[in-house]
Design a protein around this ligand. Structure first.
Ligand code: NAD
Length: 340
């Protein structure tokens, strides 16, 4: 059976790569509803999808900050119609609700991917900018789930996949609000996962480290243009001379491609028992593990401090260590045989 998959934020990056990968699946296991806020940006996706367009992939408008656009999009998907109260509504006048079970109801999968970044000292960011990040990254997910969760609960079937981040586990210098938005996502999902289990629904958080996409380019450019006049000299220099200076290098040495993350995500979607959390970058795992190694929470903060402020020694040593790990773990990703 073909599985309906709705993905948000498909005009670029991970969303685009995932939509295309699933649409090109050789076994044709997916029908992809690739959504984006602005349909004027659909060309790269159309080009990448090629002749799958209109067959295994459809493009739809969906703005995660607009409840009505989510509703309109979900209503236009055939599975929603199949699953009206778990029954077909054949003829309102004669039958009211007919007990025709939705035997062709396919497991629905939603990938909450749309998101945005924000870097810099908080004294140089407006509350409005911060609210936009929370509204997109956190409330965007909440809005989507408010729309699709009731259907999934009725069907007792569905998989919700959320593109979170390692910053949903651990904060990083000058990513305060972005990390907060991903922490919110993680806390929300941890709570919801307990209820979801009762309804036989699956929830999976995908936690990439740095990924080389539009996100990285835009965040860096915004950082370079940032008006730092509200920050003291030491903070402004820290941001410019340490953070921004090393930003590109971190993405170069640690960064994954969007296609890499898409591959991980497809494996999670196909897994018989998908995990609740999945980190896509084994190079980053030692960093997130620090959090669990010290219940006081001091260890990761101390290590990050040393990496950033004694970076001449530790930062370059860490990068070399990371390069070594990358070489050793290149072929280590395997979630076992996916379910068919
Ligand atoms: P990207 O900028 O290429 O993709 C983000 C997509 O979200 C864009 O297509 C954008 O148009 C869309 N979007 C933003 N606001 C939207 C809205 N209101 N409604 C609908 N779509 C909207 O970047 P990406 O790296 O592919 O990011 C995808 C996800 O991965 C995000 O949630 C991001 O937080 C997460 N992530 C990215 C990185 C990274 O380093 N790039 C690392 C970890 C996690």
């Amino acid at each position: 059976a073909r599985r309906n998959v709705l993905i948000t934020g498909c005009s670029s990056g991970i969303g685009l790569a995932l939509a295309v990968k699933m649409a090109k699946d050789e076994q044709k296991r997916f029908k992809v509803f690739a959504t984006m806020r602005n349909l004027a940006k659909k060309e790269p996706l159309e080009e990448a999808a090629g002749h799958r367009l209109g067959k295994t992939l459809e493009i739809k408008q969906l703005d995660v900050c607009d409840e009505q656009s989510i509703k309109t999009c979900v209503n236009s998907i055939p599975d929603r119609r199949i699953d009206v109260l778990g029954k077909y509504r054949i003829n309102d006048c004669k039958f009211m609700f007919m007990d025709v079970f939705a035997c062709c109801c396919l497991p629905f999968c939603a990938v909450s991917n749309a998101g945005m970044g924000l870097i810099g000292p908080i004294e140089c960011q407006s509350i409005e900018e911060m609210k936009t990040v929370m509204d997109t990254n956190f409330f965007g997910l909440v809005r989507l789930l408010k729309e699709i969760l009731p259907d999934m609960k009725r069907r007792k079937s569905g998989h919700i996949v959320i593109i979170s981040s390692v910053m949903g586990i651990q904060g990083i210098l000058f990513n305060d609000v972005y990390a907060a938005s991903k922490f919110a996502v993680e806390g929300f999902c941890e709570s919801l996962a307990i209820q979801a289990l009762k309804f036989k629904l699956q929830l999976s958080l995908i936690e990439p480290g740095p990924v080389v996409t539009e996100f990285e380019r835009k965040v860096f450019e915004d950082g370079m243009k940032m008006d730092l006049s509200a920050a003291d000299k030491e903070t402004a220099e820290m941001f410019t001379n340490i953070y921004l200076k090393n930003y590109k290098q971190i993405f170069q040495s640690l960064g994954q491609s969007a296609e890499d993350v898409a591959e991980h995500t497809v494996k999670i979607i196909l897994a018989e028992n998908p995990p609740f959390r999945h980190q896509t970058n084994t190079l980053y795992t030692p960093m997130t593990t620090l959090k669990y190694a010290d219940p006081n929470g001091d260890l990761p903060i101390d290590i990050f401090y040393k990496m950033v402020f004694q970076h001449d020694k530790i930062f370059s040593a860490s990068l070399n260590f990371i390069k070594l790990l990358r070489w050793r773990s290149r072929k280590s990703f395997d979630l076992g045989k996916p379910s068919q």
